[in-house]
Design a protein around this ligand. Structure first.
Ligand SMILES: C[S@@+](CC[C@H](N)C(=O)[O-])C[C@H]1O[C@@H](n2cnc3c(N)ncnc32)[C@H](O)[C@@H]1O
Length: 87
């Protein structure tokens, strides 16, 4: 039987981690563990800034600059190749 060794991070990569709050906590821990002196948070597609506010609350003290961008034109229509992509 062939056994495949999985990286230890994989069990954490479930849908719970992918919830925004958990993802931001994970990123904050990574930033703290990395001892980064300064940091930028950039979000492309901020809409009403809801996620950016969450990011600010979570990264206060470890991220110094917050930059948000938006075209305010909504998301583009799906192309043919987007619709072929697996869900
Ligand atoms: C689903 S909303 C983002 C929601 C937000 N990030 C949040 O989590 O609260 C997507 C946003 O991306 C913007 N957008 C789409 N294409 C863009 C582009 N090429 N450049 C900048 N903003 C874009 C849309 O105008 C829209 O406001």
């Amino acid at each position: 039987m062939i056994r495949i060794k999985r990286p230890s991070i994989l069990p954490a990569l479930n849908s719970d981690l992918l919830k925004r709050a958990n993802l931001f906590k994970f990123i904050r821990e990574f930033i703290e563990a990395s001892n980064m002196p300064d940091g930028y948070y950039m979000e492309f597609g901020v809409l009403n800034g809801e996620a950016m506010i969450d990011a600010y609350r979570q990264f206060r003290g470890v991220v110094s600059y917050y930059l948000g961008f938006d075209s305010f034109e909504g998301l583009p229509d799906l192309t043919e190749s987007d619709q072929e992509a697996p869900e």
